[in-house]
Design a protein around this ligand. Structure first.
Ligand code: BGC
Length: 346
C-alpha cells in the first residue's frame, strides 16, 4: 500500500493544490485532490484483471475550476442536496442561503465544500492508506450559522474498500449533511451510458418530490413503480418511464445510524461491481440526467446518463421537514457518518 502526493495545479490566488495517489496491494488506485476533496480517478479491475478508471472527472485542476463541473467526485457541504427556497429556521432565527438551483438551495450554495481548498494529511495505518482532509467553514459562510470544523477521511483498504468518514463540530446550532458526489461508470468513465448496469437499492420507500425535486414531506413505497430497485434491475430498462431520469432520494431500510448495506451495482459486461454501505438514512440515486455532452474530461465526452451517483445522505430539505431524520447539530455534539464503496468482480 502506498500514498504519495504531487502538485495538481494552482488556484487563481496562487495557492498550490495537490493530488494524492493512494494504491493498495491489489493494484487499486484512487486519486484525490485537496481542492473540494475531489476523487479525480479510481482504477479497479474487471474480471480479466484489466484496470479502468471508473469515475467521471478531469485530469487537470482547470477542468474543475472552469465552473461547469457538475460536482464530479467532490465533497458536498454544508448541506448536500436541496433546501427549499434557501431558507430554514433554527432556534427562532431565520437563515437565508443562496438560491443556486432555481428558487432553491443546492449542494451548499455558491461556494460549497466542493470549491474550497482543504488541508490535507497523509495517513498510513493498519486499516490502509488514507487522506485526512480538514476545513473550517466560518460562521455565516454561505449563510449557515456556526463555525463548523469538518474532517473527511478517505481510506483505501486491502479489502478493496474506499471508506469515507465524515466528522464535524459546531459552536452554534446549525444543520449539516455531507456526502460525496462521485459519478461512477463501472465500464470505465468513457464507457457510454450506464443503462446495462444492474442496480439494487435496499429501500422500500422514497421521498416523493415536486417538479423542482423538492420533497413534499411524504414517504412513499417504490413497489410497482420504475423506482423499485429492491432486486437488481438494469438502470436503462425503465428510465424512459421516469420523467427526467432518476434523481430520487431513497429511504434506506432499517436505518438506525449503524453501518448498513445500502445497495450494489454491477456492470455485467466487465464484471465490475460495487457495494455501498452507509450510516445514513438516505441515498440519492442520480442517473447523470443533466450531463449533455458539453463537458469533456480525461479525453471522454460526458453525455446524458454516462455516469450515476449514489449519494448517501440525510433527506433533502430536512431542515424544513420536521418528520425527516434531523440534520441539526448542536455545540458539544459530534457529527459522524461513514460510507464505504467496496469494489469487487462478479
Ligand atoms: C442532484 C441533481 C443535480 C446534481 C448536480 C445531484 O445530487 O440530485 O438534481 O442536478 O446533483 O450535479
Amino acid at each position: 500500500m502506498d500514498i504519495k502526493k504531487e502538485l495538481f495545479g494552482k488556484l487563481a490566488n496562487g495557492e498550490e493544490v495537490d493530488l494524492y495517489i493512494l494504491t493498495n496491494d491489489n493494484g487499486l488506485e484512487v486519486r484525490i485532490t485537496n481542492y473540494g476533496g475531489i476523487i479525480t480517478s479510481l482504477k479497479t479491475p474487471n474480471r480479466k484483471g484489466d484496470f479502468a478508471d471508473i469515475v467521471l472527472g478531469h485530469d487537470r485542476l482547470d477542468g474543475y475550476l472552469e465552473n461547469n463541473s457538475p460536482y464530479f467526485g467532490a465533497i458536498i457541504g454544508r448541506y448536500a442536496n436541496r433546501i427549499a427556497k434557501g431558507r430554514f429556521a433554527l432556534g427562532g432565527a431565520e437563515y437565508k442561503l443562496a438560491t443556486n438551483d432555481g428558487a432553491n438551495h443546492l449542494h451548499g450554495g455558491d461556494k460549497g465544500f466542493d470549491k474550497v481548498l482543504w488541508k490535507a494529511e497523509m495517513i498510513r495505518d493498519d486499516q490502509g492508506v488514507g487522506l485526512k482532509l480538514t476545513y473550517l467553514s466560518e460562521d455565516g459562510q454561505e449563510g449557515y450559522p456556526g463555525n463548523l470544523d469538518c474532517t473527511v477521511i478517505y481510506t483505501l483498504t486491502n479489502a478493496d474498500e474506499l471508506k469515507i468518514s465524515y466528522e464535524a463540530q459546531t459552536d452554534k446550532t446549525t444543520v449539516v449533511n455531507l456526502t460525496n458526489h462521485s459519478y461512477f461508470n463501472l465500464a470505465g468513465h468513457d464507457g457510454g451510458t450506464v443503462y446495462e448496469h444492474l442496480l439494487q437499492v435496499n429501500a422500500d420507500n422514497f421521498t416523493p418530490a415536486d417538479d423542482t425535486l423538492m420533497p413534499i414531506g411524504e414517504i412513499s413505497p417504490v413497489k410497482g413503480s420504475p423506482l423499485d430497485f429492491t432486486s437488481p434491475v438494469a438502470i436503462g430498462s425503465r428510465i424512459e418511464r421516469v420523467e427526467g431520469g432518476y434523481d430520487h432520494n431513497y429511504v434506506l431500510n432499517g436505518y438506525d445510524g449503524s453501518l448498513k448495506p445500502a445497495g450494489s451495482v454491477c456492470d455485467p459486461a466487465s464484471g465490475r461491481a460495487m457495494e455501498v454501505f452507509t450510516t445514513e438514512p438516505g441515498m440519492q440515486f442520480y442517473s447523470g440526467n443533466f450531463l449533455d455532452g458539453s463537458i469533456q474530461g480525461k479525453g471522454a465526452v460526458y453525455d446524458r446518463h454516462t455516469g450515476f451517483c449514489l449519494e448517501t445522505q440525510h433527506f433533502p430539505d430536512s431542515p424544513n421537514q420536521p418528520d425527516f431524520p434531523s440534520t441539526i447539530l448542536e455545540p458539544g455534539e459530534k457529527y459522524r457518518q461513514t460510507t464505504i464503496y467496496k469494489f469487487l468482480v462478479k
